[in-house]
Design a protein around this ligand. Sequence first.
Ligand SMILES: Nc1ncnc2c1ncn2[C@@H]1O[C@H](COP(=O)(O)OP(=O)(O)OP(=O)(O)O)[C@@H](O)[C@H]1O
Length: 486
Amino acid sequence: MDCASNPSASAGPWDRVLQRLREEIGEEKFTSWFARMDLDALTADVVRLSVPTRFLKSWIQENYLPRITDIWAEETGARRRVDLAVRNAFARPVALKASAPREVVSERTERPVESKPAPRASEARGEVREMVPTGGDVASGSPLDPRLTFESFVVGKSNSLAFAAARKVAETPAGAAPVYNPLYLHAAVGLGKTHLLQAVARAGAAHGRRTTYLTAERFMYGFVSALKSHSAIAFKDTLRTIDTLVIDDLQFLKGNNLQQEFCHTLNALLDGGRQVVLAADCLPGELEHLDERVRSRLAGGLVVELAPLEEDLRLEILKARYQTLAEQHQGFAVPAPVLEFLARSVGQSGRDLDGALNKLLAFNQLTGEPVTLDMAENAVKDLIRPTDPKRVRVDDILRVVAKHYNVSRADLLSQRRTATVVKPRQIAMYLAKTLTLRSLPEIGRRFGGRDHTTVLHAVRKIDGLVATDRALADEIEVLKRLALES
Ligand SMILES: Nc1ncnc2c1ncn2[C@@H]1O[C@H](COP(=O)(O)OP(=O)(O)OP(=O)(O)O)[C@@H](O)[C@H]1O
């Protein structure tokens, strides 16, 4: 049985361990790596620590865990195993949170470096609810990261429409009729949905709107907690009286009761002329776990896609991020060719870019080696995938598939429905979805102006067949390799 004790009782030795670490590595590195580390539990032989991101975990594990283990043993006279986990902001018991004041951040933030503290909610003219999750008053919202604002969002071709719509919604004064309702943003991972949604929440409040930002998980958790504590009515009432409800990661909303509750809340808000802003990783029609009526209500507002960040935009984001890091870390200098190299070679999501710069910073600080192209290539090599899917073009896939099945490219794009053409076409769509970062609507357009649902159907069909048909799975592997090599 796990007999974890409350760590607050043992804060003494832990504080001493932290103090010694601070003295050994210096204040700046200590703040970068350990400011967000918490002591979660202590057992007879394990010290359980947690940090908010995978990046922090792997870095601390690789570089500091043995030292922490040794210091703990020296300070307490007992050697214990030190376990480090990535914490889930929702699952953690409140009693185990660190007592030290911390920046209010989203649980999804992947940056190891703290900047200035979050402004207090009362500073906003309106009311944006921002707090470290407590497990209690969930209707008051998920935490906002003060860095995710419209000002820090870099606009380019791929996201300009989403940015303009989000800004317009946030700047509409309280009481005025909502402009686009609901506003629904969708994109693949790391392309700025959360950034824009949090910017809407923050700016909305500054324009006098009562705004609540919730991740879908938090919405679910809030509702379940409210049911348990018999305060579901109060929970619903709170949500239905705000001006703007912002819900992130809608694809995670699951469960019949919750879905119904979401549906009622959505209808109540929309019918009451309140603004609703949502984001998910797919189109409303692809949220299969949601009721058909909810999907159509979501699709009835403004649906905008954030496309993969183009190279110019990646470079601008890197420059902005670098500027912030350079202000916080004296002596951290990244030459322009290195930023250009990163923009060209690491993935297409904002998270990859953050990760790459954080790695350069860490290497630079921990080894003292200046940032050069050679150093960067080495530091970020695990972020550069040799078979980077972005390099495969839909055209290459069409060519490879047409040749393999002895049909023409025109056949694949045509409306012909004979079996000799339908299956290769579905395979080509499947490859386009798995080997490129194109969205379903984009792929549909590239395949003779087809609807995204046709592409979705093809992808699912081939996915299902691959799971059961070994020969087809092998054939598709060969086609993948041919497309990657072309
Ligand atoms: N246009 C942009 N300008 C500045 N930063 C950006 C931009 N796009 C993405 N980012 C940054 O990239 C990181 C990932 O973005 P974000 O968390 O908003 O992605 P997401 O689309 O919500 O991803 P997920 O689907 O995984 O939730 C964040 O640090 C964000 O600030």
